[in-house]
Design a protein around this ligand. Structure first.
Ligand code: SAM
Ligand code: SF4
Ligand code: SF4
Length: 338
């Protein structure tokens, strides 16, 4: 084992792998339909990492200290035979936790095979329970009913379930209480996510953000909540529990708080680029390296080199100037993987 630390002494613990840049939704805050239209050039198949290439990279990352893997996208369940990849990752010695983030539309079909393959946890995105509002937010592609069926199936087969709701001012902030009530009753963990300035396509403005403070006030007014301790150092969600029921609810305040000091996440895009920050403007190509290089030691050296030189702390430093500098140069969320 050769555990690496970056310039701010942060270890490499988590790896997020985007398995496709495609999606069957067009959420306005992520892949707005005006930008990701019929002519948008998604990656051709031969430019995407194969399952064998992903497994090889996972082995190298584990030897550098990674313990947790999250599969994401685009929409990960659009990738053919995804359970096979989960199985291959589960077979890597040293992988302690495999999770996935999905929009849930295909989960009813895949929950059982994913669980059988070794998936432990799933975060399902759902921004509203109102069919019309949800339909508008996802670019008129998906129905609440389908996502709810996916959520229930995932819970039924024994996957640990969390629900993610991105809150956008004037768009779905009126749904905060209703979402809390619905998932409290079903005893599922709900996480509200502050709308973030990722990518360059969503036209993000600070005015569109509903802050953690406002969200907590609304949930607390619906049903009193109290803070609970983080599960582990570096957890990004502020966790709460209802005073009258042991159901957790949380907020990921990536805009009004900063988690950089404990950020141990690396990301690999579907085409095999390594990113050391969600707000990165450039990545390091690993695909050509593993396609040209038989020796894992060389791949390991390259990844160590990138991590050891890492200085990212965008959230810490987010201000008018840094936002302006990165404007138009950031990598899209659907590409880098959320
Ligand atoms: N398609 C899957 C899904 O929607 O769950 C996985 C990929 S998606 C990029 C990962 C997560 O990022 C989702 O929970 C999504 O809601 C969140 N996300 C996307 N754009 C965001 C933004 N601008 N601000 C905050 N969260 C965002
Ligand atoms: Fe697709 Fe997920 Fe982005 Fe929505 S948030 S467009 S479901 S990748
Ligand atoms: Fe990590 Fe970058 Fe987010 Fe900071 S801004 S917490 S370094 S991903």
């Amino acid at each position: 084992m050769n555990h690496v630390k970056d310039q701010l002494q942060r270890p490499l613990r988590d790896l997020r792998i985007s398995v496709t840049d495609r999606c069957n939704f067009r959420c306005s805050y992520c892949m707005p339909a005006e930008v990701f239209g019929p002519d948008y050039a998604f990656l051709p198949h031969d430019k995407i990492l194969s399952f064998e290439e992903i497994q090889r990279l996972v082995k190298v990352f584990v030897s550098l200290g990674v313990e947790k893997i999250r599969i994401t996208g685009g929409e990960p369940l659009l990738r053919k035979d995804l359970p096979t990849l989960i199985h291959m990752i589960d077979a890597v010695e040293g992988v302690k936790d495999i999770a996935m983030t999905t929009n849930g539309t295909l989960l009813k079909k895949f929950a059982q095979p994913l669980k059988d393959a070794g998936l432990q946890r799933v975060s399902i995105s759902l921004d509203s329970l109102d069919e019309d509002r949800f339909f508008e937010m996802n670019g008129r592609r998906g129905r609440v009913k389908t996502v709810l069926e996916g959520i229930e199936k995932a819970a039924e087969v024994g996957l640990q379930v969390k629900i993610n709701m991105v809150v956008k001012k004037g768009v779905n902030d009126q749904d905060i209480e209703q979402m809390a009530a619905f998932f409290k009753e079903r005893q599922h963990i709900l996480r509200y996510i502050e709308y973030m300035d990722v990518g360059n396509s969503n036209g993000w403005r600070l005015d569109d953000v509903v802050s953690k403070k406002e969200i907590v006030e609304k949930v607390n007014a619906f049903s009193p909540i109290q803070p609970i301790a983080p599960n582990y150092t570096g957890e990004v969600a502020s966790r709460f529990e209802y005073a009258d029921q042991k159901t957790e609810v949380g907020v990921i305040s990536s805009v009004t708080d900063s988690f950089c000091s404990t950020c141990s996440r690396a990301r690999i895009s579907a085409e095999g680029k390594l990113y050391t920050c969600l707000f990165a403007t450039k990545g390091t190509d690993l695909r050509d390296l593993i396609r040209n290089e038989e020796d894992d030691e060389i791949v390991l050296k390259q990844i160590s080199h990138v991590w050891e030189n890492r200085i990212d702390r965008y959230s810490d430093e987010r201000n008018e100037q840094t936002m302006k500098e990165r404007k138009k140069h950031k990598i899209e969320m659907s590409h880098i993987g959320g």
